[in-house]
Design a protein around this ligand. Structure first.
Ligand SMILES: CC(C)(COP(=O)(O)OP(=O)(O)OC[C@H]1O[C@@H](n2cnc3c(N)ncnc32)[C@H](O)[C@@H]1OP(=O)(O)O)[C@@H](O)C(=O)NCCC(=O)NCCS
Length: 460
């Protein structure tokens, strides 16, 4: 269903093998090459097509959460309702073929996805390793952040803690310091990039400290290993470094959750806050609090909670009929079925499919009752949701599958799952931050209307 594009196939067959060996540019070098071309493209769009119409604004957009309204520039990825996400034109399957994995691993890693999102180019193996090393070298937390996180009550939700830690890291912001000194607008992006790399580097240590404090108090956290990739270090600091399959799963999970175009709540919030010239730390902290809502990122914790209460009530060998009946009970009690539906997608989410494929290759996962339950629910839920008739998309989104594999491998604290999503979504939000500055995008300020004002406009 999700085919490689012709250009990607050509790229696979010709250039990639050569490029893998040839280049060791830094991500900054590549951005310096790419930015002038994109600046020119934007200039032409503004001057030659500034008045072109991309769609109508209807009352249903204004009162319906702006669903489908084309009103935002976002370079790194575009979401097609039927086909799912493409990162610079590449599907998840395309990325799985060409983006470098970790040494000894198979899955896409955060560094190669970040490189692709930022530059639109596929990094070589050497470029990826170089970025991994840079992130590892910058990954330790400042002492005041450790003290801040250690002082928080362990009952405070891990997402609240993550947002606080990210916001407080802005003490280090090069962007803010440079802005205060009055740098030129054309230089904003370089400081934005520096902050973005520093923040990305520190997210695993921050997220792991939160995990340790809440779930394993007193357990020492290993130091960052300069030879490991970002997620390899994250898994290590969480205490799962010796679990190869979980580490690989986290790599895949974090790479494919990295960006989902710009309109989703976390990306949009982060972009809006960044448009005020708040620094990348504050911008991403704001995005994290949007991610913490149950209709968005928190759904991954909700899915597992819901599936486990189903399992608790009905036992391990649940029939399709039992699941059907449970789904109806959830719907009739006025709740949403977590992990199903989407604001844009109208087909099963290819990220869900990629995580299912990960399970298909591992017999121990296929034998796990909770993984089986997620699969069986997928076999039943779309028909029930169609019959229920409310949701525009009766198919699973990524969160329907994401938690059960973590659970299987021993990361059982599902209140923590959205933090992993939070480590991931930084890839896309920070990419957008850099590009918004490189392109000189203005502060966001859409027009709002009262109901009376809408009625007046309709009469006119
Ligand atoms: C993702 C989500 C927020 C998208 O919302 P949306 O764009 O407004 O979705 P729709 O246009 O299809 O919603 C139309 C109606 O169907 C309902 N609906 C949507 N998904 C549903 C679901 N999974 N279960 C039950 N009802 C659902 C909505 O609540 C809405 O009901 P209302 O008219 O009474 O308000 C929604 O599908 C949802 O709540 N899903 C469950 C939570 C989840 O998995 N979130 C993770 C998203 S990646």
């Amino acid at each position: 269903m999700f085919k490689s594009s012709a250009s990607t196939t050509r790229y696979l067959s010709r250039g990639f093998a050569q490029r893998r060996l040839a280049s060791t540019k830094t991500v900054r070098d590549v951005l310096e090459e790419v930015i002038p071309k994109k600046q020119l493209q934007l200039k032409q769009l503004k001057t030659e097509h500034g008045q072109a119409v991309l769609g109508d604004v209807k009352v249903e957009h204004v009162v319906g959460g702006m669903r489908g309204l084309k009103a935002m520039l976002w370079e790194a990825s575009v979401l097609d309702p039927n086909e799912g996400i493409r990162f610079h034109g590449m599907t998840i399957q395309d990325c799985q073929k060409v983006l470098p994995a970790a040494p000894g691993g198979k899955e896409i890693i955060a560094e190669s996805m970040f490189w692709l999102l930022l530059t639109g180019k596929v990094p070589t193996e050497a470029e990826t390793r170089q970025l991994s090393r840079e992130l590892a070298e910058k990954g330790e937390l400042p002492e005041y952040i450790e003290k801040l996180i250690d002082s928080l009550p362990t009952t405070l939700h891990p997402m609240t803690q993550l947002g606080m830690g990210v916001a407080a890291l802005n003490h280090e912001s090069k962007f803010q310091a440079a802005y205060e000194q009055g740098i030129k607008k054309s230089e904003y992006w370089t400081y934005a990039l520096e902050d973005s790399i520093n923040l990305l580097a520190r997210l695993p240590a921050l997220a792991a400290r939160i995990y340790r404090n809440i779930y394993n108090p007193g357990k020492p956290i290993p130091k960052i290993n300069k030879d490991l990739d970002l997620v390899g270090n994250y898994a290590n600091m969480l205490g799962f470094g010796d679990n190869y399959d979980l580490t690989e799963y986290l790599r895949l999970y974090i790479a494919i959750h990295g960006d989902h175009e710009g309109g989703n709540a976390s990306a949009h919030t982060s972009h809006l806050v960044g448009s005020t010239l708040a620094d990348p730390y504050l911008s991403y902290a704001a995005g994290l609090y949007a991610l913490a809502g149950p209709l968005h990122g928190l759904a991954n914790q909700e899915v597992l909670r819901w599936q486990m209460s189903m399992q608790k009530e009905l036992g391990d060998n649940i029939s399709h009929d039992h699941i059907r009946e449970y789904l109806w009970r959830t719907l009739k009690s006025g709740q949403v079925v977590p992990g199903y539906g989407h604001g844009v997608l109208r087909n099963p989410d290819p990220r869900f499919m990629a995580l299912q494929e990960f399970c298909e290759t591992r017999p121990e996962l296929l034998a796990d009752p909770i993984v089986q339950l997620v699969k069986k629910t997928y076999e039943v839920a779309p028909a029930v949701l169609k019959e229920h008739g409310k949701t525009k998309n009766p198919y699973p989104n990524v969160d329907a599958a994401s938690g059960c594999v973590l659970y299987h491998y021993g990361l059982t604290q599902f209140k923590y799952y959205t933090v992993i999503f939070g480590v991931s979504r930084a890839l896309g939000c920070l990419t957008q931050y850099v590009w918004a500055k490189a392109l000189g995008l203005p502060i966001e300020r859409p027009k709002s209307l009262s109901m009376d004002a809408i009625e007046k406009l309709i009469k006119q």
